[in-house]
Design a protein around this ligand. Structure first.
Ligand code: SDX
Length: 434
């Protein structure tokens, strides 16, 4: 971050003294105006609901150019990492440490993560308190937060070693917990992780093996899942990442912070959109019904949105959506489902929307969630678990951003203010005067 030679000057039409504020430049992307002296100098706050024009921190992890449809993890384009790059654990190493691992570093990282995939044997008793039909995200919020009750040896957030261990534990145990949530929901026994399988193959094993039959690893499907995880790994200061940072700014332990991120991701406007997008496609049912559905979306009173479309930052095509559509092709072809009616419906819906002025004028394009439900369904993942897979993947992004925040000398506890529009001071009237 460097000082710009240009300053920002805030002047007032009523002749109040103007205020000069520094402008900082990053390495790429928009500059920022440092408004930290604004309240002290003017007695006024900025007003920015939804933080549309607010940079809450400086970060070197992920960069998004919404106009170009560009996504970089530590400078590397997502399309290189997800297609001809390495696997998800290489991306985890990159997000956590800032550089891609060499062969020795990767081997050591994979070995360390692999040997942390088991959860404490008593974790299983938390599951028994949930209804079998509980939404997996409610189970994950509870069980990930509960991890803090086992790892008292790594809760000192000011100890770098503790931060490292917590990051590894969370990355390693999320697949185990997500698979346990699935097994619990279908009444099958939990399946222990295996150290001889890759991260994504191990997850498929824990999801689909039973005591009666071992899951047969299909490398095409495992690679597809690995790519889905890479595409969802991090995404700058999105709602759930900002939640993790805000929770972390109070000094809360990393397990509690990630549980907060999971809770936020659950919302249908955010990570819950993949589940909602598939339900939307199933509700539309056939290509013939698309025009009626589009008409509903355009009717503001309907409250109907085209789920999996639109984005706060991308005002061009979400690069992850393109890669997710390609992954759809690969998986459906591998499974002989290339004529999958939902996939054809999704592509026709995309084609129609991208030619419709309503969506074009609002710069609404498919986002990462539009195709992810179709490919996850083809992988055998139940719809209710889609957001759990998103949380599994995003854990590395959350914990990388959390670590960056903790070690940022500028970080303070997050405490936004407000524009108060309620009642001025008044006295409590006696009951007979109300
Ligand atoms: C994720 O932030 C991230 O990086 C998130 C994420 C990540 O990796 O962490 O990328 C993951 O959350 C992807 C987004 C998944 N959500 C959905 O697909 C849900 C559907 N999308 C919308 O809810 C919406 O597009 C948002 C929430 C994603 C973005 O909303 P914004 O930026 O606040 O945009 P907006 O609501 O101001 O919309 C601008 C206009 C409005 O119309 P007008 O009032 O101008 O007439 O576009 C319309 C909106 O009504 N609009 C939509 C729409 N999204 C926006 N209309 C129909 N369908 C949609 N999906």
């Amino acid at each position: 971050m460097t000082n710009s030679e240009t300053k920002a000057t805030l002047s007032f039409s009523d002749g109040s003294p103007s205020l000069e504020m520094p402008i900082y430049k990053g390495s790429i992307g928009p500059d920022v105006i440092d408004i930290r002296k604004l309240y002290g100098s003017t007695g006024m706050f900025t007003y920015d609901p939804g933080f549309m024009s607010t940079a809450a921190c400086n970060s070197s992890i992920t960069y998004i150019d919404g106009d170009k449809g560009e996504l970089l993890y530590r400078g590397y384009p997502i399309e290189q990492l997800a297609v001809n790059g390495g696997d998800f654990l290489e991306t985890c190493y990159l997000l956590l440490n800032g550089e891609l691992p060499n062969a020795a570093e990767k081997a050591n990282f994979v070995s360390t993560v692999t040997r942390h995939t088991m959860v404490h044997e008593q974790m299983q008793f938390f599951f028994r308190g949930f209804r079998r039909d509980a939404h997996p995200m409610s189970v994950l919020v509870g069980t990930v937060g509960a991890l803090a009750s086992f790892y008292h040896d790594s809760l000192d957030i000011n100890d770098e070693r503790h931060r490292e261990v917590s990051a590894i534990r969370l990355i390693a145990k999320m697949p185990t917990l997500v698979a346990m949530a699935y097994k619990y929901s279908i009444g099958q026994p939990f399946v222990y992780p295996r150290n001889d399988l890759s991260y994504s193959a191990n997850f498929m094993h824990m999801m689909f093996s039973t005591p009666c039959e071992e899951y047969k690893v299909n490398e095409v499907l495992v690679r597809a899942l690995d790519r889905i995880l890479i595409l969802h790994a991090d995404h700058e200061q999105n709602a759930s990442t900002s939640t993790v940072r805000l929770a972390g700014s109070s000094g809360a332990n990393p397990f509690a912070c990630i549980a907060a991120g999971i809770a936020c991701l659950w919302g249908p406007a955010h990570g819950g959109a993949n589940e909602a997008a598939l339900s939307m496609l199933e509700e539309i049912g056939s290509v013939d019904n698309i025009p009626e559905f589009i008409a509903q979306v355009k009717d503001k009173n309907s409250g109907v949105k085209l789920m999996g479309f639109g984005h706060r930052v991308y005002k061009n095509y979400d690069p992850r959506a393109k890669l997710m559509r390609e992954t759809c092709y690969e998986v459906l072809n591998e499974l002989g489902l290339q004529d999958d009616p939902l996939f054809k419906l999704a592509m026709e819906l995309e084609r129609i929307a991208l030619e419709d002025e309503y969506f074009v004028s609002r710069k609404l394009y498919p986002n990462v969630d539009f195709y992810s439900g179709i490919v996850q369904r083809a992988l055998g993942i139940p719809t209710a678990l889609f957001t759990g897979i998103f949380a599994l993947a995003r854990t590395v992004g959350w914990i990388s951003q959390w670590k960056e925040m903790i070690s940022d000398p500028e970080q303070k506890i997050g405490r936004p203010r407000q524009l108060f529009v309620g009642s001025p001071r008044r006295d409590v009237p006696p009951m007979d005067k109300r």
